[in-house]
Design a binder for this molecule. Structure first.
Ligand SMILES: Nc1nc2c(ncn2[C@@H]2O[C@H](COP(=O)(O)OP(=O)(O)O)[C@@H](O)[C@H]2O)c(=O)[nH]1
Ligand SMILES: [Mg+2]
Length: 267
C-alpha cells in the first residue's frame, strides 16, 4: 500500500506507490483543500482517518525511539530538506570537507532510487548510510521515522558527534514527518524565486535555519532577496538565514558554525 501524509490542517491520506508525487503535482488547491484523488473511498472516510491516525502515531513512536537512540549515542541530528537540486548534496560535500578534522559526522542519505548522492559523499571520512525509499518503502517522496531507523543500523552511532540527514528532494512531504531529529534545516536556491515560502508554508514554518544557496548566481537573476526574506518572515519569523554558495564556498563557515553551535546547545 502507499504510505501516508498528514497535511497542515491535520487531514491525512495515502498515496499509491505509483503515485509518488512531486511538488509540481501539488495535491492541495489554493484554499488549502485537499484535491487528491480519493475516489474509491467514498464510504470509508472515518475508518480511514482512524487507521491513518494510528499510522502517524506509529511514526511519532518510532521518532521517539530514534531520538532515544541518538541521546544514548550522544549524537546530534539535523534533517536537511529542500526541493530537488537546491544544493543539499553540494552543501554536504562542503560541510564534510570543512568539518572532518573537528567533528565525527555521519550521513543518512535519503534517495528514492539511486546511490548517486551517497557515492558523491564517499571519500570525505564520513560514515554514509543510504536509504532508498523504493526499496520497501513504496518509493516515497520523503523520509519518515521508520525509514531513518532502517538506515541507522548501518551507522556507528556511538562514534559520531553529528548525523546529517539528506532528505528526499521535495518541498512538501519531508516537513510533515518527525524522524527524531534535533533540528530541521532547509537549503533554498535563489533560482527558486521569492514566493515559495508563501506557497509551501508547512516546510518553511518547520525549519530552524534556511541556507539561501547559489548566491553566486545572483548577478544573473532577478531574484529579490529582500522580498524572499519578507515572505519567509511572514511564515517563520524565527528561522536563521545564511547566504551561501556551495560553488564558491561563501557562507560555508557560517553554516558550519551554526551546525556546531546549534547541535552543542539543543537537547
Ligand atoms: N552555481 C551553483 N550551483 C550549485 C550550487 N550548489 C549546488 N549547485 C549545483 O546545483 C545542482 C544540484 O545540486 P545538488 O547538490 O545535487 O542538489 P540536491 O538535489 O539538493 O542535493 C548541481 O549541478 C550542483 O553542482 C551553488 O551554490 N551554486
Ligand atoms: Mg542530493
Amino acid at each position: 500500500m502507499g504510505r501516508f501524509h498528514r497535511h497542515a490542517d491535520e487531514t491525512m491520506h495515502t498515496h499509491d506507490q505509483d503515485h509518488a508525487h512531486d511538488q509540481d503535482r501539488a495535491h492541495d488547491d489554493v484554499t488549502g483543500r485537499d484535491v487528491g484523488n480519493h475516489s474509491g473511498y467514498p464510504e470509508t472516510g472515518t475508518a480511514r482517518v482512524k487507521v491513518l491516525e494510528d499510522i502517524l502515531s506509529e511514526n511519532d513512536r518510532v521518532a521517539d525511539a530514534n531520538q532515544k537512540a541518538f541521546a544514548e549515542a550522544g549524537v546530534r541530528v539535523v534533517n536537511i530538506m529542500s526541493s530537488p537540486g537546491a544544493g543539499k548534496t553540494a552543501l554536504l560535500k562542503r560541510t564534510l570537507a570543512a568539518l572532518r578534522t573537528q567533528t565525527r559526522i555521519g550521513i543518512l542519505e535519503g534517495d528514492i532510487a539511486t546511490s548517486i548522492d551517497a557515492e558523491q559523499l564517499n571519500g570525505y571520512g564520513a560514515a554514509v548510510s543510504l536509504v532508498n525509499t523504493s526499496a520497501g518503502f513504496g518509493g516515497e517522496c520523503h523520509l519518515d521515522a521508520v525509514m531513518v531507523r532502517s538506515g541507522l543500523s548501518r551507522l556507528p552511532l556511538p562514534e559520531l558527534d553529528l548525523l546529517l540527514i539528506e532528505n528526499v528532494g521535495n518541498l512538501v512531504c519531508p516537513a510533515e514527518f518527525r524522524v527524531g531529529e534535533h533540528a530541521k534545516a532547509m537549503v533554498y536556491a535563489v533560482t527558486e524565486g521569492e514566493e515559495k515560502p508563501l506557497k509551501y508554508p508547512v516546510m518553511f514554518r518547520a525549519v530552524d535555519v534556511v541556507v539561501i544557496n547559489k548566491v553566486d548566481l545572483l548577478p544573473y537573476l532577478d531574484f529579490d532577496l529582500h522580498k524572499f526574506l519578507a515572505n519567509l518572515r511572514a511564515v517563520n519569523p524565527q528561522a536563521t538565514t545564511i547566504r551561501a554558495s556551495a560553488r564558491t564556498g561563501e557562507g560555508i563557515a557560517e553554516w558550519c558554525s551554526w551546525l556546531l553551535g546549534h547541535t552543542a546547545t539543543r537537547d
